[in-house]
Design a protein around this ligand. Sequence first.
Ligand SMILES: Nc1nc2c([nH]c(=O)n2[C@H]2C[C@H](O)[C@@H](COP(=O)(O)OP(=O)(O)OP(=O)(O)O)O2)c(=O)[nH]1
Length: 133
Amino acid sequence: MIDVACAIIITPEKRVLVTQRSAEMKLPLKIEFPGGKVEAGEMPDECIVREIKEELNLDVRPVFEMQPHVHTYPHATIRLIPFVCRIIGGEIKLSEHLAYAWLAAEELMDLDWAEADIPVLKRYLTLAHAGDF
Ligand SMILES: Nc1nc2c([nH]c(=O)n2[C@H]2C[C@H](O)[C@@H](COP(=O)(O)OP(=O)(O)OP(=O)(O)O)O2)c(=O)[nH]1
């Protein structure tokens, strides 16, 4: 089981950052919440801060840890650990992804998501709808 931390980065206007995996990555061209594998000796919240800096050149602060979701792909079983995050600095510069977009909640479901993200997205939308974020 591979622990993967991902970030649901939100703006004060409630837009959410989504990224598209490149053709060279596993799950090519799928939409995901940016993030990556938790390294040995690292806490998931430390991982998400590191990965977002590496992948997007953004400084984020995790504000809420959501329930993890386990998903089995043909290549691996992952435990996706989502963090709702706010930006505290930096400007987006992509180093691995093909593209990114800031989307409103109602635009999110209609994308070609990595399978593991779909239950996470649904939970986030429930929280957002309830006014938690
Ligand atoms: N980062 C990220 N990975 C996801 C998400 N959903 C999902 O199924 N995955 C999968 C894709 C990969 O199998 C795994 C994480 O891979 P990764 O390639 O992003 O992680 P990494 O940068 O640490 O990996 P590596 O290239 O250094 O090996 O989790 C998601 O929302 N974000």
